[in-house]
Design a protein around this ligand. Structure first.
Ligand SMILES: [Zn+2]
Length: 104
């Protein structure tokens, strides 16, 4: 990696990265089309790996994802802030379910 390495845009973003895979809301960074990062707000109803133990008759979204462009906490442009060091924030243990389509 060339140049200095920046950290997360803010402590709240980092703490949501750290909570990926746990029940609740988290942030994921994933490789999108064109080797550009995609930033995803992911919500899990149960911890990762516990999906099979959920039994319900009503439809239930175990994992929900929304693509985000700006940090929900500090407001920075994620593409700009993480342009050269986004790969260090990819968490292989918690993949995105489906990377949302880019804008057409
Ligand atoms: Zn931030």
């Amino acid at each position: 990696m060339a140049g200095r390495s920046k950290g997360p845009c803010c402590p709240a973003f980092q703490s949501r990265l750290d909570e990926a895979g746990q029940r609740g809301a988290a942030v994921l960074v994933a490789a999108g089309p064109g080797e550009k990062p995609v930033f995803i707000l992911q919500h899990r109803a149960v911890d990762i790996g516990k999906e099979q133990s959920v039994q319900t008759e009503a439809p239930l979204s175990l994992v929900s994802e929304l693509r985000i462009r700006h940090c929900p906490w500090c407001g920075r442009s994620l593409q700009e802030w993480y342009a050269d060091h986004w790969r260090t924030f990819v968490n292989p243990a918690v993949p995105a379910i489906a990377i949302p389509e880019l804008d057409r």
